[in-house]
Design a protein around this ligand. Sequence first.
Ligand SMILES: [Zn+2]
Length: 255
Amino acid sequence: MKFIYKSIVVLFLILPILFCKGTPTSPVDRGDTLLELTQTLETANFIFHYSPGDFVYAERSEAFHNWAISLLGVTCPKKIDYYKYKDREQQKRITGLTYTGWAISETFEAHSYLPWMNHECVHLYTSLFGRPSDFFNEGIAVALQTDPYNNDYEAREKSGERVHDLVRRYKDDGVLIPIDNILDASGFRSGDFTIAYPEAGSFVRYLIDTYGVNQLKTFFASSSYYDSVTEIKTKFQTAYGVSINVVEQNWLNFL
Ligand SMILES: [Zn+2]
């Protein structure tokens, strides 16, 4: 009963806040998780939880953290609790989830089987100034998939390919999705994730590199997860002083 009650509360609280590849079928129980992730490493900005014999990339995580919070101009309320699973199998067994990673902004925690995770940490940082539709929320997380520890400030896919290069190929292949179709929550979720994620990332990276971060933060702050396409376009126009479809055309020309 306690678990069911907690499940419902957590699901309602974090439905729009759990990021990446949909909503889990059951929330994570921290007590069960920590039964296996018994090792703790505390650094300046993280508390890593992991299994005996496993490892995390603490310095790489710290380097990314410092670069990202400086770029975004945010101050974190607490250290990030980073739950690192040995592999996808352990993660699935403990949490029921097979995603590459997810973030929970209320408790400022990130979960993954990867030893560091720029993308999910970005979700925590940007939750401090707004939670727009997934096109922008996932877009900024992909846009900042960089690796400052290795002096690499390009947004890259896990394969190492530049996000812009991947999206340029999609454009050349004629499979890019008109952004009007993926701007709102339901549109993004019904799109092909292998296209929608990098497409949003490339677009938001173009926004950041062209206009800076402050207008994007203004847009985030004015937005909500359930905004309609019309509301998103109006809020974008207010923040940027230009239509998102004009920017879309400029971005396509840039690609
Ligand atoms: Zn994400």
